[in-house]
Design a protein around this ligand. Sequence first.
Ligand code: NDP
Length: 315
Amino acid sequence: MTDNPIKDTVIIGSGPAGYTAAIYAARANMNPEMYTGMQPGGQLTTTTEVENFPGYPEGIMGPEMMIEFQQQAERFGTKIHIDYITEVELAKNPGEIHKLKTGSGKEIQTRTVIISTGATAKYLGLEDEEKYLGSGVSACATCDGFFYKNSPVVVVGGGDTAAEEATYLSNICSKVYLLVRKDEMRASKVMQERVLNNPKIEVMFNHELIGMSGNMVVEKAHIINNLTNEKSELSVDGVFIAIGHKPNTEIFKGMLDMDETGYLITKGKTTKTNLPGVFAAGDVQDSIYRQAVTAAGTGCMAAMDAEKYVLEHFH
Ligand code: NDP
């Protein structure tokens, strides 16, 4: 049990969805408490310049933008804890209290929970990926494609994300190599056809990325043909890893409805999960759009849904 008073809302995760939920919840007098997770600021802290978030005509660096989100949330009284949630005991009936446990051993009771734990882009696990992250390596074509205008790039992956990113980049870049590790793509037929019929995209089946090189930034992608073991190089400025995302939903397994990949399922045009008083916002419930601005939009929705729930069941 805990000595802490019961909170109106606890927000788990500190990306654009979490901070926007915090701003709205704080302004609705819900005294939100945020648990930032292991990577305060979320995925945007690993990007360089963000040029597609409205309101920043000159663009803004991802980490800087997240500090501004944080400052805005704090200005209205959000209490931010640099800590993470390790365990949850979510109530099943309306009006019941949810219990959460933190990494530092604290127990929290709350009327509502807003889950904005995001998703993590999968990487191949190459040392060079870390070395060149933000200097040629990216996991988001919509975010970073523009930096490679009229330059050659490589996309790794054979699913819908890779097909979509390759197609998107073909409108910006001079040439797109698509490395598919098997002799076929997993992407839907229509996406495959789009890629295979695009004269700017060269699909290289049975090829894998094994490293990158370049002075400070990527200049070459090192690849291998996994049938012949023949190694070669591609002169490129950008490498896009598009092998999927993993939503951060481990601690909710068995309690909340998820799709087969682990994305939380929300009801209709709301942020409601299958449990009362538990709401989901941002990439943790979105495998399609995954943008900072869409995450922020659903964060706002979650705070409004949570406020309504508290008014309905606790007043
Ligand atoms: P997927 O899991 O569908 O595909 C991942 C791809 O990456 C596969 O081709 C896989 O290869 C490849 N891959 C995985 N690991 C490696 C590795 N270590 N080295 C090389 N290649 C690797 O992920 P997506 O992100 O593409 O899609 C996720 C979900 O989102 C899917 O359900 C998809 O349909 C959906 N989606 C829908 C879109 C749309 O409708 N517009 C757009 C984007 C995604 P292999 O096949 O060999 O395992």
